[in-house]
Design a protein around this ligand. Structure first.
Ligand code: GLC
Length: 481
């Protein structure tokens, strides 16, 4: 097997096409950034060594839980008896629901089944090392105790509890890291908040209700910035990550700089590439797709739904199989990325059973094979992931990437992990290896019984037992000099 020469072009999606073209980081697109910032960010000022140290836990983690949860889980995709197309958390926008009608949902929101302990334990059992929850999504409802704005779960509902506080306490208890998603630009219930129709996020703000009109800068100064300050200071050691979203033209470098000044007060904080205003942040965020070759030289995190929606939609049962989810995790790790996999609790705070099942099954695999994922480096090979078609083009007119699914590889000092999706008959063959292979065993075999390794002039052969240890992915460990 020839080692593939990397092509920079970011291309195609392998699995899980979302119903709508994804917004912020579309396939083949990059978010505009500039190097001259009115307020230098940590990325501008830190040394390479400081950057490595700050990103270390995140790179080691590889796997996290995304939680989309807010008032939109009440209509759950249906408004006034009609199903509303699109992702559940966009129902207010897709249905052009008036501000007063949407805000009235707070009066019905009482998620008494919400259990922070169980959700954190579910993430932990799945092998996830961090959680990112929507503290405030585009609908403008704060899922935390905000003194800055009364439209929040403590002040505006009969629940009167702060789920972010409860998750922070449980994460500390269970040694899981916690981050917050905050929709800094779009806010469909605050005067001046940005809003756009999903079809055209480059368009100027589009309001469907007069109550949304106002100055964007006023919205930032009166609501977003005070709330970001609350989130950065009210939850102890958390957040470790801030996940911004859907930057718009309203977010000028100057306004973004005001937020960066806040972020700079938390020098260990990691934040993504979706703040806007020309700031690139720490991580690329491909959404609902896996880039063919990752983002060489950049940290990246592929975020994905288990079905076709982030926010709970009662009738969206198009769940990916555990096999697909595991292959995604392994594929992403083999390209040096993180996987942020979403759950969407319902209006009572229950996690949909289909999502619980899949996370528990993924966790079983990780319990045996996690060593081949956590803290590993990308593959030393590359061609095993597939190749660019010489004839077919993708929707961006780029050569179409055609994935292959026999195996992937991740790397550690003195070890090469081969994650086999297709169990070869008798022998696994490697054309060439950039390292000298000294031995082999199956990761699932606790006794690490040596497998016969034969070096031939066409490469290396490893003799395999007849049956694969795992039906989805069996990990072969090659020890190397
Ligand atoms: C998109 C969607 C948003 C979702 C986010 C997750 O930006 O607009 O609803 O939260 O993706 O990545």
């Amino acid at each position: 097997m020839k080692s593939a020469c990397p092509k920079i072009a970011v291309a195609v999606l392998m699995f899980a096409a979302c119903a709508f073209p994804c917004l912020a980081q579309l396939e083949g697109s990059t978010i505009e950034t500039s190097t001259t910032h009115p307020v230098p960010s940590i990325q501008d000022t830190e040394t390479p060594a400081q950057h490595e140290a700050r990103m270390a836990w995140w790179r080691e983690a590889r796997f996290g839980m995304f939680i989309h949860w807010s008032l939109y889980s009440i209509p759950a995709g249906t408004w006034k008896g009609k199903q509303v197309e699109g992702i559940g958390e966009w129902i207010m926008n897709s249905g052009s629901i008036p501000v007063a009608d949407y805000k009235a949902l707070a009066g019905q929101f009482n998620p008494t089944s919400f259990n922070a302990h169980d959700i954190v334990a579910l993430a932990k059992a799945a092998g996830m090392k961090y959680i990112v929850i929507t503290a405030k999504h585009h609908d403008g409802f704060a899922m935390f105790d905000s003194k800055a704005d009364p439209f929040n779960i403590v002040a505006a509902t009969s629940f009167h509890r702060d789920p972010i506080r409860e998750l922070a306490d449980e994460c500390k208890q269970q040694s899981i890291k916690l981050g917050f998603y905050y929709s800094q630009d779009q806010d469909w219930t605050a005067p001046g908040g940005a809003a756009f129709k999903r079809a055209d996020h480059q368009a100027p703000t589009f309001h469907w209700d007069k109550a949304q009109d106002g100055e964007f800068a006023a919205y930032l100064h009166n609501k977003a910035i005070p709330q970001i300050k609350e989130l950065l200071t009210n939850y102890g050691d958390f957040p470790v990550v801030i996940w911004f979203d859907t930057p718009t033209k309203d977010m000028t470098p100057g306004l973004a700089g005001e937020i960066v000044a806040l972020l700079n007060q938390h020098p260990n904080l990691i934040w993504n590439n979706r703040l806007g205003g020309g700031y690139k942040g720490d991580t690329e965020t491909p959404e609902q797709f896996i880039p063919a070759e990752g983002y060489p030289g950049r940290d990246w995190e592929s975020c994905m739904t288990m079905n076709d929606t982030w926010g709970f939609k009662a009738y969206d049962t198009n769940f990916k199989s555990t096999e697909t989810l595991l292959r995604n995790l392994i594929d992403i790790a083999s390209k040096g990325g993180n996987y942020l996999l979403n759950i969407g609790p319902d209006a009572k705070g229950n996690v949909p059973p289909a999502e619980v099942d899949r996370l528990q099954q993924v966790g079983k695999w990780i319990a045996t094979n996690g060593e081949s994922i956590y803290g590993t480096k990308p593959t030393l090979f590359g061609a095993e992931a597939g190749a660019f078609s010489t004839t077919e083009k993708d929707k961006n007119g780029e050569p179409k990437f055609v994935p292959s699914w026999d195996w992937r590889s991740t790397t550690a000092p003195n070890k090469i992990y081969v994650e086999l999706f297709t169990w070869p008959k008798e022998t696994f063959h490697l054309d060439d290896s950039p390292r000298t292979i000294t031995g082999a065993y199956l990761l699932a075999d606790k006794s690490q019984k040596p497998l016969r390794v034969t070096h031939t002039d066409t490469g290396t052969d490893v003799a395999l037992p007849a049956a694969a240890p795992d039906l989805i992915a069996s990990v072969l460990v090659l020890t190397t000099e």
